[in-house]
Design a binder for this molecule. Structure first.
Ligand SMILES: [Zn+2]
Length: 244
C-alpha cells in the first residue's frame, strides 16, 4: 500500500490523457505491465530527469549510457541501448521529444496490431528492468536477455490464462460430476502432482502426494526452485522428481 501511495503521490496529475487508451487495456498483458505503462504515461516513474524537476539534487544523466538527461523519451526511445529495438520492430521513434511521448504512444496503439503493441509495452517494461538493474545492482545485463525473458514470461502468463479459462469451462460443463479423489486399481500407487509458476521471482514450485490404491498416504512434498519454465515443463519436472 505504501508503494502504491508513493506512486500516486509522485504522478504528474496535471497531465491530460488524450487518445484511445481503451486499446491499451484491451491488450492481453499481465496486470503489472498494464500498471507499469500507466505509471509511465503519468510520469510516475522515478527517472532522474523527473526527480530533478521535482527539486531533488541529483545527477540527471541517463543510468544506462551516461550521455543524456534521463527522461522518458531518452531512456525508453533514444538511448543507444534501446533505439535499435524500435527500428527492429519497425516502430518510428525519430524526433519524439519528451512532451510528445504520450502522443507517440497513443499513435502506436492506433497504428499497429495488438501483437506489435503488446511487444512494444513489453519492451518498455524490459527497458525499465534493465535500467533498474544498472542502478541498483551495479552491473549491466544485456537488454536483449531482459526482453527475451519478458517474452517467455508473457507467453507463460498467457498460457496460464488459457488454462484457467479451459479449467473454468470444464468445471461448468461437468458441474454435476463428482471431483472426489478416485483411488487407483488394485496394487497400483497413485501420484497427484501440481506445479506453480512465480515468474516475477524467476521461480517455480511443485506439490506431490503419493498414495496406495486404498488411499493411504505414502509420501508427499512441496518444494520451490529457481528457474523459468512453462507450466507443462514444471509438471514434467515434478513427475521426474517422483520417479527419481
Ligand atoms: Zn541513455
Amino acid at each position: 500500500m505504501k508503494i502504491y501511495l508513493f506512486g500516486i503521490l509522485n504522478c504528474d496529475l496535471n497531465l491530460v490523457q488524450v487518445g484511445d487508451w481503451n486499446s491499451l487495456w484491451r491488450l492481453k498483458l499481465p496486470p503489472k505491465i498494464h500498471y507499469f505503462i500507466w505509471r509511465l504515461q503519468w510520469r510516475c516513474l522515478p527517472l532522474r530527469g523527473q526527480l530533478m524537476e521535482k527539486g531533488m539534487y541529483i545527477q540527471n544523466i541517463c543510468s544506462c549510457c551516461n550521455r543524456a538527461t534521463e527522461t522518458r523519451s531518452h531512456l525508453f526511445l533514444h538511448c543507444p541501448f534501446v533505439a535499435s529495438f524500435w527500428s527492429h520492430m519497425n516502430i518510428d521513434v525519430v524526433g519524439v521529444e519528451e512532451n510528445k511521448f504520450n502522443d507517440w504512444f497513443v499513435d502506436v496503439l492506433k497504428k499497429y496490431p495488438d501483437n506489435v503493441t503488446s511487444q512494444a509495452c513489453l519492451l518498455l517494461w524490459s527497458v525499465w528492468k534493465f535500467r533498474n538493474t544498472n542502478v541498483w545492482n551495479k552491473y549491466q545485463l544485456l537488454l536483449v536477455s531482459v526482453f527475451q525473458h519478458g517474452l517467455k514470461f508473457l507467453m507463460s502468463w498467457r498460457e496460464a490464462q488459457v488454462k484457467v479459462v479451459t479449467h473454468s469451462n470444464a468445471t461448468a460443463t461437468h458441474l454435476r460430476q463428482s471431483h472426489k479423489w478416485v483411488p487407483s486399481s488394485d496394487g497400483w500407487l497413485k501420484c497427484n502432482l501440481d506445479g506453480a509458476l512465480f515468474a516475477q521471482q524467476v521461480k517455480y514450485g511443485m506439490r506431490v502426494v503419493l498414495r496406495y490404491h486404498v488411499g493411504h498416504f505414502i509420501a508427499g512434498f512441496s518444494v520451490a526452485f529457481n528457474g523459468h519454465y512453462s507450466s507443462t515443463e514444471v509438471e514434467a519436472i515434478a513427475l521426474k522428481e517422483v520417479l527419481s
